[in-house]
Design a protein around this ligand. Structure first.
Ligand SMILES: CC(=O)CC(=O)SCCNC(=O)CCNC(=O)[C@H](O)C(C)(C)COP(=O)(O)OP(=O)(O)OC[C@H]1O[C@@H](n2cnc3c(N)ncnc32)[C@H](O)[C@@H]1OP(=O)(O)O
Ligand SMILES: NC(=O)C1=CN([C@@H]2O[C@H](COP(=O)(O)OP(=O)(O)OC[C@H]3O[C@@H](n4cnc5c(N)ncnc54)[C@H](OP(=O)(O)O)[C@@H]3O)[C@@H](O)[C@H]2O)C=CC1
Length: 285
């Protein structure tokens, strides 16, 4: 099946990025938001990100306008009926995602593929919320989506081979991403390796062993990482990092996956990183 019409659930950090790369590749994109205020914020996020390319000369103003013209933000899920592929990028809460998949299943045409961008929740949980588990698959993008080349394609035990092949082909050949396949366990490939490293950095800070600036400078200068771990958590979102760590801990019960107390307290305090203006560092919004 050719993917031409794409739906994206959630116009936040990831949803907006996914909408952008799909529209840049020529797809017709519909984004679902929850309120008019958040829909306006999603439109602004898209405009700003696509505008970056104009400023750096990667894309003309005319092309940027055409890309924006292929994206529509709506509050009405019923409009998703004709989508070939829907990518869910709502908050990392299992019950919320299951509810969204159950709703989508009733609305999207029977041959439509329902994908989740979850960081760490096993895909089978979303597949089981639908009557079409063969058409549910994980399509995990990386932040910032327009810049990071990787997409992990995750087959649940119930995912049809043809479904995984279709999204693999779309990610690789239409979006031009590096696509890899992974089995359905919490964290997939990247987060199973990345999240324990990020949690270790928080534990090191929490123990008072080193300052946040020194931890970040050490990993950038010593290992060549583009961002230090605490800056990266601020970019990913402390809530997303916490939920990913919790999913990994629920799956494997290994201590290095356990979310550090400091991470929990900062999420309790609403310090979610760049998106709220305050995380390990402060950001002007
Ligand atoms: C949690 C999960 O489930 C999975 C995850 O996503 S884990 C997180 C994975 N992501 C990472 O590890 C990101 C690590 N960081 C980086 O790679 C880099 O710091 C970065 C690409 C984000 C920024 O790079 P930088 O060199 O510091 O900044 P900058 O010079 O501003 O940007 C480099 C290019 O990327 C573009 N860019 C940066 N951020 C962007 C964004 N949010 N949207 C669009 N483009 C962006 C810039 O426009 C710039 O492009 P040009 O050269 O054409 O101008
Ligand atoms: N941040 C990251 O680095 C990465 C995140 N992910 C995954 O992507 C997903 C989204 O994360 P991220 O973009 O960071 O989160 P954000 O909080 O930035 O965005 C989530 C978006 O979903 C919207 N939303 C909430 N409830 C619903 C609903 N019922 N229906 C439709 N939209 C809804 C939110 O809108 P509102 O404000 O109205 O609540 C918000 O715009 C998560 O599963 C996360 O694990 C994957 C890779 C990397």
């Amino acid at each position: 099946m050719a993917v031409e019409k794409v739906g994206v659930i959630g116009g936040g950090t990831m949803g907006a990025g996914i909408a952008e790369v799909c529209a840049k590749a020529g797809s017709d994109v519909l984004v679902k938001e929850t309120t008019e205020e958040f829909a306006a914020a999603a439109r602004e996020r898209l405009k700003k990100s696509i505008g970056r390319g104009v400023k750096s000369g990667k894309i003309t103003q005319e092309d940027a306008d055409a890309v924006l013209g292929r994206i529509r933000v709506t509050l009405d899920l019923n409009e998703f009926a004709d989508r070939d592929l829907v990518v869910e990028a709502a908050p990392e809460i299992e019950s919320l995602k299951a509810e969204i998949f159950s709703e989508l299943d009733k609305i999207v045409k029977p041959e439509g593929i329902l994908a989740t961008n979850t960081s760490s929740i096993p895909v089978i949980k979303m597949a089981q919320a639908t009557q079409r588990p063969g058409k549910v698959v994980g399509v995990h993008f990386f932040n910032p989506v327009p810049v990071m080349p990787l997409v992990e394609i995750i087959s649940a035990l119930t995912t049809d081979e043809a479904t995984a092949d279709t999204v693999f082909d779309y990610a690789k050949n239409t979006l031009g991403k590096t696509a890899v396949r992974a089995g359905d366990r919490a964290g997939f490939i990247v987060n199973a390796l990345l999240i324990p490293y990020l949690c270790s950095a928080v534990r090191m800070l929490e123990s008072g062993y080193a300052t946040k600036e020194d931890i970040d400078a050490a990993m950038k200068g010593g290992c060549g990482y583009p961002m230090g771990p605490l800056t990266l958590i601020d970019t990913v979102g402390l809530d997303i990092t916490l939920n990913a760590a919790q999913s990994l801990y629920d799956e494997f019960a290994e201590p290095h996956y356990a979310p550090p107390a400091l991470l929990r307290r900062m999420v309790d305090a609403g310090r979610l990183g760049r998106k709220t203006g305050e995380g390990f560092y402060s950001y002007s919004k």
